[in-house]
Design a protein around this ligand. Structure first.
Ligand code: G3P
Length: 221
């Protein structure tokens, strides 16, 4: 596993949100999926090309299909849209074949819908650039999503895999905290969760009190 800084990706296809957080220097990359593209109400190519102009880092776009050939066909097309496109590949055996084929063409991959440590091991062995374990969806079915992140980081460190662990399906700030404590390379955060990262009630109370005291001090009270 490479030693690198933790990165934040934004998990959205909402261009206004990407621009907002990019203006603060927080957006190292973007992840999309068909659901997020649909939510944007825009055509996939148009919105991805716009995102790729705003964000210089990796922008994941999902390849669709059951066979490696179908996924690779999508991947080759997406990669022609912008040079920072990363192709999301589903965690299936055909998907692993697609990872090999795309890597051979110099196209980066993000293996998605990962729910177990052995799936992550296969993705790394296949040469994926990123692996995306979906932590929130595991929590939804009474499993421990962040425990999976710990296992994957451990396995990748044992064997010095270059594949980066991209924590996905993030639902709340504690997912981000544990991702950082665990040493995951990337956390892809939806805008609604990102908004919560800077907040603390004691910060709000403190700002209000300082403003009140400042106003009073101006009046000499
Ligand atoms: O980008 C994929 C992932 O983050 C999806 O999250 O909330 O639909 O489980 P969610």
């Amino acid at each position: 596993m490479q030693v690198i800084l933790m990165k934040f990706f934004l998990d959205t296809a909402d261009v206004a949100q990407i621009k907002l957080y990019a203006s603060m220097g927080f957006v190292d990359g973007v992840t999309t999926n068909p659901t997020l593209i649909r939510k944007s109400g825009r055509k996939q190519r148009e919105v991805v090309e716009e995102i790729c102009k705003i964000v210089k880092g990796p922008v994941s776009v999902e390849g669709i299909g059951n066979s490696a050939e179908e996924i690779v066909k999508d991947g080759i097309e997406y990669a022609s849209w912008a040079k920072n496109v990363v192709v999301k590949v589903p965690m299936t055996l055909e998907g692993m074949r697609a990872v090999k084929m795309l890597s051979a063409k110099g196209i980066k991959t993000n293996v998605t819908l990962v729910f177990s440590p052995v799936q992550a091991l296969l993705a790394a062995k296949a040469g994926a650039t990123y692996v995306s374990p979906f932590v929130g969806r595991l929590d939804d079915v009474s499993e421990d999503g962040m425990a999976l992140i710990g296992q994957i980081v451990h396995i990748y460190k044992n064997y010095n895999f270059a594949t980066e662990v991209l924590v996905a399906s993030v639902r709340h700030p504690m997912h981000v905290v544990i991702a950082a404590l665990t040493g995951a390379h990337v956390c892809t955060v939806p805008p609604e969760v990102f908004g919560k990262l800077a907040s603390h009630p004691l910060t709000d109370i403190g700002i209000e009190k300082f403003a009140e005291d400042w106003a009073a001090s101006l009046k000499g009270k």
